[in-house]
Design a protein around this ligand. Structure first.
Ligand code: AMP
Ligand code: FE
Ligand code: FE
Ligand code: ZN
Length: 282
């Protein structure tokens, strides 16, 4: 069984529609894929229909953008929650709206130095999709300013850049509580990805565990090996689920479907703990 529990469609910053993503997962030889768009469940129906058609397993999920009181970015994966639960829905809607005004402000700042306007960016955003810096990167690529998203993130779009604007995102402890209240299974995404920026202190892990965190995404390309050792120990000590995933974004990132995978018994624990919606597992 090859199980990949973290992938993005163009409902957020992936480059394929949900159905195209599911086809790509089947072609890559995966048995189960989780769709985890940023702050949105809008791709679930299309992905589930495609999965049924192709006979590949699908776990509906989401990746919630969070920020600690010290301003550290945390991504929380959640699986099989009730997408209509008002508490969680209200928070992700707030974050999604804040992402849009934030992207507009970043484009205003960029327009002072580059030939770029909002229409250039929105051309890369599917209708209703969660807007992020990757879409601004796509516009910079189209304008010939950078070669790819990675180059855009290396300087113009980093959090240290003069063009960077932050946005509202819930505290990870609140997000864990809301995911549990919505019947979902919260898993800390790429928890010690030190190359991405500052990572949280052990205290934050414990606060999230106390709030109901159920898993850690240990096998992710952005977690360095020594950090995975620490994460595995923490998982063993706290009885947490351990996952491995690609964080595939289509052509938007080098990450390949199935480059990291999750053990079947871990998926079983996720499915058993979920109360909000159902996976399609043929
Ligand atoms: P945002 O959520 O708008 O702040 O943008 C962060 C998103 O950009 C993350 O979800 C990543 O998937 C994506 N991202 C971060 N670094 C890179 C990179 N070097 N190349 C492509 N995408 C990236
Ligand atoms: Fe992303
Ligand atoms: Fe992430
Ligand atoms: Zn992701």
């Amino acid at each position: 069984m090859r199980i990949d529990l973290h992938a993005h469609s163009n409902v957020s910053d992936g480059t394929q529609a949900p159905a195209g993503l599911v086809s790509a997962a089947a072609a890559a030889g995966l048995d189960v894929l989780a769709l985890t768009d940023h702050d949105s469940t809008a791709g679930w129906a299309e992905a589930l229909a495609a999965a049924r058609g192709q006979g590949i397993g699908l776990v509906p999920g989401m990746e919630v953008s969070c920020k600690t009181s010290r301003g550290i970015s945390v991504h929380l994966l959640c699986y099989l929650h009730d997408p209509a639960d008002p508490g969680l829905l209200e928070e992700i809607t707030k974050a999604k709206d804040a992402r849009l005004s934030r992207a507009e402000r970043m484009v205003e700042r960029l327009a002072e130095d580059y030939p770029l306007n909002w229409d250039d960016v929105s051309a890369h955003v599917a209708p209703g999709a969660t807007v992020g810096r990757p879409h601004i990167a796509d516009a910079l690529v189209a304008a010939g300013i950078v070669a790819d998203r990675n180059e855009a993130f290396a300087n113009i779009l980093t959090s240290h850049s003069r063009y960077f604007v932050s946005h509202y995102a819930p505290d990870p402890v609140l997000a864990v509580e809301l995911v549990r209240a919505a019947g979902g299974v919260p898993v800390f995404a790429h928890p010690l990805a030190s190359a991405r920026g500052r990572v949280v202190e052990p205290e934050t892990f414990h606060d999230m565990i106390d709030a109901g965190l159920l898993g850690l995404e240990v096998d992710h390309r952005d977690n360095p090996p020594e950090n995975r050792v620490w994460l595995r120990k923490l998982a063993r000590r706290e009885g947490l689920i351990v996952t491995g995933s690609s964080d595939y974004h289509g052509t938007g990132k080098p990450n390949l479907l199935g480059e990291n995978t999750t053990a079947p018994e871990m998926l079983e624990r996720i499915v058993d703990a979920a109360k909000g919606s159902q996976a399609y597992l043929p």
